[in-house]
Design a protein around this ligand. Sequence first.
Ligand code: SF4
Length: 436
Amino acid sequence: MNFAESERLQKLLIKSGWENTDDINKADVVIAIGCSIRQKAENRVLSFLKSNKHLKKNGVVLGLLGCTANLYGEKILKQLPFLDIVCGPNHLASIPDILTGCTGKEIIIRTGENNNPFVQYIPSKNDVTMDVPITKGCNNFCSYCVVPLARGKLKSRKREDILREVKCAVEKGIKSVTLLGQNVNEYGKDLTDGYDFADLVREIAEIDGLLRIGFLTSHPEDTGEKILQTMAECPKVFKHLHIPLQSGSNKILKAMNRKYTVEKFLKVVEMARNMMPEISITSDIMVGFPGETEQDFRKTCEIVEKTRFNELFIFKYSPRPMTKAYGMKDDTPKEEKERRHKIILDMQRKISNEILSSFTGKTCQVLAEKISVKNPLQIIGKNIQGIPVAFQCNKNILGKIVKVKIINHREGILCGSICEEDLLLQGLQYQEKTQK
Ligand code: SF4
């Protein structure tokens, strides 16, 4: 979400006449979008700003944006008194106006709720993919999470605005969209017309010229038959579900206020796999939540082993201020959290490796999304399961779906070679160049 918002803000500023610079010493304005989901992320943004406070002497405007700004509001000035702007994620669209009115003499603070917290997307030439925030905030109050405090209550974006934005972007060349929300399944719950997330996905799937639709993140409690059916029936929708488990122990899930049980989670996974046998399922796991015993941890390991996720994002619990869990005793020592993290990581690496190896020799339909940063002769795309695929080809295939035969995999990416006959059928030229 932060990445999507930064990208939108950057484009909005460029449209308003600002220029981007990679050299901080040439900047007139330095703004950092802070993430507060974990202590480590928060420390990083605070230390970045502290280490650049000397720029203020040269008249540079310094701002803290995003969740960290909203969470602490003006209290952050005790730590960062040199800031000119403190602006929460619901006010990013006002940044060009704020900068115009910023004299450096007074501190501008914009936090809290906003009726229209969404920043409009401005497509650039050659963009193939686009992230589309469809909700802001969250009403779930998982006991460890700052999001409801940092981003406020759930707010669904108007469907007309989403559809207009996607249609306009597709006309400019966008081929794939990822719908974003802290819990996408809650889309529409704050509206009154009964239109829900699955309805939105179906309507977006009808847009001509759009080839792929993905979404993040699904909450196990709210992932039901309707959205899974929609995924199964719409060929444009990625057969990929990111559905955070967090823990394999019902006791810990209850303490986390996750509102589902392990059994319910497994049922959702089973239903998804029955409807879409090829589906890739990824998840999040948190180790060392207050009260997590060795037995609870073992239960998580069992579910990881049994479910065989394509990929897992594993986190060590860190207490976040103002959350319910902050009042609980953080009783798992750092070394023990690290041990548990490593056990699950090793287990998952083996599973991911086996799943990726099973693609060897198979042919995938891949949307060519971008040129690799490391190798300009390589294209990176995604197959229908949302798994990244790398292959050699020239850039005139960007935005096209091509057939790629998988040869092996490296660092979570499938590597393959493009099927020449398919390119000929599509009237595309193939230029393989060997790298020196
Ligand atoms: S669902 Fe829970 S973990 Fe996810 S954003 Fe909402 S409160 Fe945080």
